[in-house]
Write a protein that binds this ligand. Sequence first.
Ligand code: NDP
Length: 283
Amino acid sequence: MAKLINGKEISAKVKAEVYGETIKLKEQGITVGLAVIIVGNDAASRVYVNSKKKACEEVGFNSYEYALDENVTQQELLDLVDVLNNDDKVNGILVQLPLPNHIDENTIINSISPDKDVDAFHPFNVGKIMIGDFAFLPCTPSGVMELIDSTGVDISGKSAVVVGRSNIVGKPMSMLLLHKNATVTICHSRTINLAEICKTADIIVAAVGRANFITDSMVKEGAIVIDVGMNRLENGKLCGDVDFETVSKKAGYITPVPGGVGPMTIAMLMKNTLTAAKLGSNE
Ligand code: NDP
């Protein structure tokens, strides 16, 4: 039976460390601030934004929410980002995705100052990640690395399979594993023999967006299985990309959904915002 990797516990430790450092900064007269922009009334986005605001309270940050009407123009949104880029109270800027269709997400992401890009989605930060010289790491992949580290397993030389190649999860995930000397294979919807490839993996990171996609027949005995997926079932329950029931009997380590990667993503966002504040205060 796999050992459970407890994302709730590990994220609480990360947030406690961030809180400790936030207090030290406060003693120097620096209060950390995160601005969160949400556009429209998407229910899932609202849940995420509320969780981020709550985490800010827990770690002692100020959070500034900008809830914009779904008909806001792209220029109005760009103008707001520009104001926040120049606001010293704001160390990190996060635009909750997805945005309505009439707004180009890349244009908005590119308008955020790379120094305040705590999601690490700006091409400048993406490039820095590629060459291994970074200030911010994207929150979900860096949270996954913390979860893998918590097992104590040395991943150097191990075979890692990342299922999914999105800019937000799959691609940066594979880069972080590569930086830690794993031998990385990236799978996607066109991959042939996906099950066989997964079966060779010492580490599987599933970021597909399909409920119970990874089954026990695709997993090597004793593998570390990290489930990034968050899929809402018809009965309203949250479900990962991994068939937890069967895979947990075969894997060495496994993350649950909920309580695995999700809380880590928010904890790493707090860590990035703290980093932004520290870098800003050194200017
Ligand atoms: P995307 O939809 O952007 O990417 C999904 C990836 O899965 C694509 O690369 C796609 O391949 C691949 N894929 C889809 N179907 C298959 C298939 N049948 N076989 C192999 N690969 C397939 O999703 P995200 O990366 O944004 O998110 C993935 C999941 O993680 C979602 O459930 C999302 O909700 C969750 N998530 C969770 C977070 C957390 O904090 N826990 C944070 C971010 C995301 P192709 O490129 O060929 O289309």
